[in-house]
Ligand binder design. Structure first.
Ligand SMILES: Cc1ncc(COP(=O)(O)O)c(C=O)c1O
Length: 361
């Protein structure tokens, strides 16, 4: 006889858990999670050896918030630190939304959005991207309803790559009611080279209903330590703090983040190399016939359509673990040694899909 089961929330039972980028075999490259391929700086490694794990961390992340406040010219109260920007997004949804409320975002975008919205028991409203993988901000403004509490803007957009332009952002903000919180998720800000792109630091002061999210996971190479932050109005940060998991940001993560800021020039030099590699990879892919949208993060998007599963298989056989996402494949810009392997495999995908699906990819 089966024993009685406890009752789960029916909407929770229906959630498909977050799917992490697959790990790679020893001779393959893991280009499935938009990670930084570089090992930590020696100064960061030194901090790791110098932490007392028997003590709880500073739950307020005071030193890191002071540091970030100075950098963003805001008070430390206008900075909230959490265990990665996924945690920040969850905090903001919990702080603003209740049953029946809506969170609006573009789709396709970061895989975490629908999951975090569903976890909070609120509704997702998804507005399709334009054909070139950009946010359709006109359509998004038109989709704001009396139930909209939060809008997530992802720039550059994961997984497609383009940024939101500063001028279109300004027009969008003028159409959003001031009681709706707008979140500018800039997880890949440091990789952006497009001059017309909106930048959180340029717009945060002008919009009381805006928060900007940044993470140490990507450019700073601390994905495994879990630390990110948001800048916004003090009462909004207080709301996010009120619902955040206590003591979730470890001392290790806080100190590594501060040391990374101390050595930012060195880290940004590494970012510049990744950006050069991205430009080289995208140019080669365009040459092969791919219609790769503007790539402003540390990844490129291959619009493989109906051939997505086949494309991911071919890449994997070629030693590249990429991320198949519905209508396309996202490939992170990783190690230099992965580039030739990647381009050999994408050329193979072009040949294979030309025969079966008639796509350019
Ligand atoms: C757009 C975007 N936002 C947020 C995150 C989450 O980053 P983390 O929680 O590591 O800061 C990611 C990670 O891939 C992302 O692509």
């Amino acid at each position: 006889m089966t024993s009685p089961r406890v009752r789960l929330r029916p909407d929770v039972a229906a959630i498909v858990p977050y799917r992490q980028g697959r790990t790679a075999a020893a001779d393959a490259f893991k280009l499935s999670s938009n990670e930084n391929p570089n090992p930590p700086l020696p100064a960061v490694l030194a901090v790791l050896a110098d932490v007392a794990p028997n003590r709880y961390p500073d739950g307020a992340a005071s030193a890191l918030r002071d540091r970030l406040g100075t950098r963003w010219r805001v008070s430390p109260e206008q900075v909230h630190v959490a265990a990665g920007s996924v945690a920040l997004i969850g905090n903001l949804i919990d702080a603003t939304c209740g049953p029946g409320d809506e969170v609006l975002y573009a789709w396709r975008s970061f895989e975490g959005y629908p999951l975090l919205v569903a976890t909070a028991g609120v509704e997702s409203v998804r507005v399709p991207l334009t054909a070139d993988g950009r946010h359709d901000l006109d359509a998004m403004a038109a989709a704001v309803s009396p139930r909209t509490r939060l809008i997530l803007l992802c720039t550059p957009n994961n997984p497609t790559g383009p940024t939101i332009r500063a001028d279109e952002f300004a027009t969008f903000m003028s159409r959003v009611p001031p009681t709706v919180l707008v979140v500018l998720d800039e997880a890949y800000a440091e990789f952006v080279t497009e001059p017309s792109a909106v930048r959180g630091e340029d717009v945060i002061a002008a919009h009381p209903n805006l928060v900007v999210l940044r993470t140490f996971s990507k450019a700073y190479g601390l994905a495994g330590l879990r630390v990110g932050y948001m800048i916004g109005a003090e009462y909004v940060c207080d709301g996010a703090r009120a619902v955040s998991m206590p003591l979730a940001v470890t001392d290790l993560a806080q100190r590594a983040a501060i040391v990374s800021l101390d050595h930012e020039d060195e880290l940004l030099e590494r970012v510049a190399h990744i950006v050069q590699r991205r430009e080289r990879v995208r140019a080669a892919l365009l040459e092969q016939g791919w219609e790769v949208p503007d790539a402003q993060g540390n990844f490129v998007w291959l619009p493989t359509g109906a051939g997505t599963a086949e494309a991911a298989d071919i890449l994997e056989r070629g030693g590249i673990i990429a991320r198949a996402l519905g209508e396309g494949v996202r490939v992170s810009i990783g190690e230099e040694e992965a580039v030739d392997k990647l381009l050999r495999s994408t050329a193979e995908v072009v040949d294979a899909l030309r025969g079966t699906h008639g796509t350019r990819g």
